[in-house]
Design a protein around this ligand. Structure first.
Ligand code: GLU
Length: 457
């Protein structure tokens, strides 16, 4: 095992934002790529927002995406507890170290971290008073994504509030030291905190970890980063909308990282193999829901039939199209002929619903398009009245039968297709017609055509 130890350190907020998920994913990928350890640390010091439910949403989201952690809640490990709310005594111990080193002082009940450097005072235009400033040595960060970043802190900063609660910068750094974190991979919004963090690391006599600040995710159009209100921002919504977790994870990998050859759809093992800091882009990543949907559709098409069946069956049961007595072979046949046309699992009830009910709606647009080309009923009647002549009801035999029919009646074969499709399914699209008729079966096709004639005559 390598010595790499990375962590994902979320503050549970009641939703699992795509940006957080991507940070978790990049840490996980780096750990798996290097054979290191992936730690999940819950930064739950904000008591109001940190409910049991918020935590559950986060853990469920991680599990759904397949981001397993080696140390953290439910798994534990040698560096626990993994909840900041349970690490108070550790923070006290570390505070003592700073106090003993003379790096703290108290003012108005709060504890400040004292920077080292020459002190001077300067008039603050905003506060309209003299304030004390420090000429501290600049902290140089050799960021794996941003390159060299240099910044000098100018003011002492609070590490414990007057209510006794430790501040984010303090607990974050203490835990990274205490948990032996070697690489900090996090959103670029934390880059501006990093000089404070480096100050603290050094005050504790610790070398700062390697930093990699990953680009922000912008909303699909316009300026600004993706907020929780933007469509597609929450991981739990993808689960709700029956996206495939592997597809979402694949898409997230591409939000800010790309393999050198711009390949998009990749097995996770391949991504793990190829993931490294030099593939992470400096520029912000823009969320693209079409690309996400496209990748999802590709994943659906690649699913083994049994897996697809396992995923689709609860969706059809929920929408009342199937129940426990439904014919399993028929269901598998339906999936087999339709899989190629599937784009999203949550739209399946409307896409393939007609296979499972006689009460399928007739799509208005398709209807007017079909009727524009002359009354289709004659063609349906012709088809129906000669249908009995087909012994076997297979794609090939039905095709031959269409050929005969058109030779006899002066219609082209393809003038029958949309009409028959519309009559038996109510739609203008879907799986290829001949296999679809074969799956529906002779009896069902026959009775549907008869009903159709009655409905539209
Ligand atoms: N709790 C912080 C956050 O959610 C962690 C920042 C970090 O990764 O250092 O933004």
């Amino acid at each position: 095992m390598s010595s790499v130890r990375v962590r994902f350190a979320p503050s549970p907020t009641g939703f699992f934002h795509i940006g957080s998920a991507r940070t978790a994913l990049f840490n996980w990928l780096y750990a798996r790529h290097t054979g290191g350890v992936f730690v999940l640390r819950i930064e739950d010091t904000d008591k109001e927002r940190n409910t049991e439910e918020s935590l559950q949403i986060l853990l469920d989201g991680m599990k759904w995406l397949g981001l397993d952690w080696d140390e953290g809640p439910d798994v534990n490990g040698d560096y626990g507890p993994y909840f900041q709310s349970q690490r108070t005594s550790i923070y006290q111990e570390y505070l003592k170290k700073l106090q003993d080193a003379g790096r703290t002082y108290e003012r108005d009940g709060a504890i400040f971290f004292r920077l080292e450097g020459e002190r001077y005072s300067e008039f603050d235009d905003y506060k309209k008073c003299e304030i004390e400033k420090v000429r501290a040595a600049p902290q140089v960060i050799d960021d794996k994504v941003r390159g060299r970043v240099e910044r000098a802190e100018e003011k002492d900063f609070v590490i414990f509030r007057s209510n006794g609660e430790p501040v984010f910068h303090f607990v974050n750094v203490v835990d990274d030291i205490a948990m032996g974190i070697t690489h900090v991979i996090r959103g670029e919004d934390h880059l501006s905190n990093t000089s404070k963090h480096c100050e603290l690391f050094r005050a504790f006599g610790a070398e700062p970890p390697v930093f990699a600040h990953i680009p922000l995710i912008l909303k699909s159009s316009g300026p600004g980063k993706m907020s929780k209100r933007d469509e597609g921002a929450l991981i739990e919504d993808y689960e709700q909308n029956c996206y495939l977790p592997g597809a979402v994870r694949n898409y997230l990998c591409l939000l800010g990282w790309s393999p050198k050859d711009d390949q998009e759809i990749m097995a996770i093992d391949e991504i793990i193999d190829r993931f490294d800091f030099d593939g992470i882009n400096q520029g912000n990543a823009r969320f693209d829901e079409k690309k996400m949907a496209h990748i999802n559709a590709e994943y659906i098409r690649q699913l083994p039939l049994e897996t697809l069946a396992w995923m689709v069956s609860p969706i059809l049961v929920k929408s009342g199209l199937m129940d426990t007595s439904s014919d399993e072979d028929y269901f598998q046949d339906v999936l087999r002929v339709s899989q190629e046309k599937m784009t999203a699992l949550n739209t399946l009830p409307s896409l393939i619903g007609y296979f499972f009910t006689e009460d399928y709606p007739l799509d208005d647009k398709t209807r007017s398009r079909i009727f524009k080309k002359g009354d289709p009923v004659d063609r349906v009647i012709e088809f129906l009245s000669t249908m009995d002549g087909v012994d076997e009801f297979t794609s090939e035999s039905i095709d031959a039968f269409f050929e005969d029919l058109s030779a006899r009646n002066g219609f082209k074969k393809f003038e029958y297709f949309p009409v028959i499709r519309f009559a038996v399914s109510g739609t203008g699209g879907g799986p290829e017609l001949l296999p679809m008729l074969e799956v529906l079966g002779k009896d069902r096709v026959k009775s549907r055509l008869e009903c159709f004639i009655k409905k539209v005559s």
